[in-house]
Design a protein. Sequence first.
Length: 228
Amino acid sequence: MHVSSEPAILYFGTPVVLICTANEDGSPNLAPMSSAFWLGWRCILGLAAVSKTAQNMLRTRECVLNLPSVNEVGGVNRLALTTGSNPVPPGKLARGYRHVRDKFSLARFTPVASETVAAPRVVECPVQLEGIVESTYALAAGDAALRGRVVTFEVRIQRVYLEQSILADGEPNRIDPDRWRPLIMSFQKFYGLAPGQLHPSALEQIPETMYRSPDMDRARVAVRTATN
């Protein structure tokens, strides 16, 4: 039986992403989020406009998207109520956020230099994606009460780094979903995927190479243009 309901949020469950960006002085900012989805080598991200991450991405037009596994949940949780903004925006202050400058140390994560962007990658994350902001879109542009509060980013990936333990045997360009255990956020709580495939999928009959994006060719010639 279904009932009419009005939940305050509709976060039914998506993978956690740790976004690393470069601050004005070149220092890194690291922020967890889960409002993201993927299309080929492009990612759509939804961020609060007042967040330091959004401001850095609008200014530098680049970022690193680090995908933690269930093993990194402790570090992600240590970042959960922190912000790189100083002073802390009123909305975040009311929710208990505090300003932290060195988030890598707080989370006990290790930065490593990226190849094509200024922001570093997170060593501990099994998936690390260097990206360029291709476009931004205003959410709820027609609603005066919500206009300007959220920015949607289209990020084009130009470098992919994968931990060998999640790769399919003998296939360096394919992730084995039985080995990749993403950290999932559902209604503000952390979860992981149950082991094993739930049911055979008709889509798995299609070779992954048939989804190859032209962005992959463009990524091969990407060079670092940002300054430290």
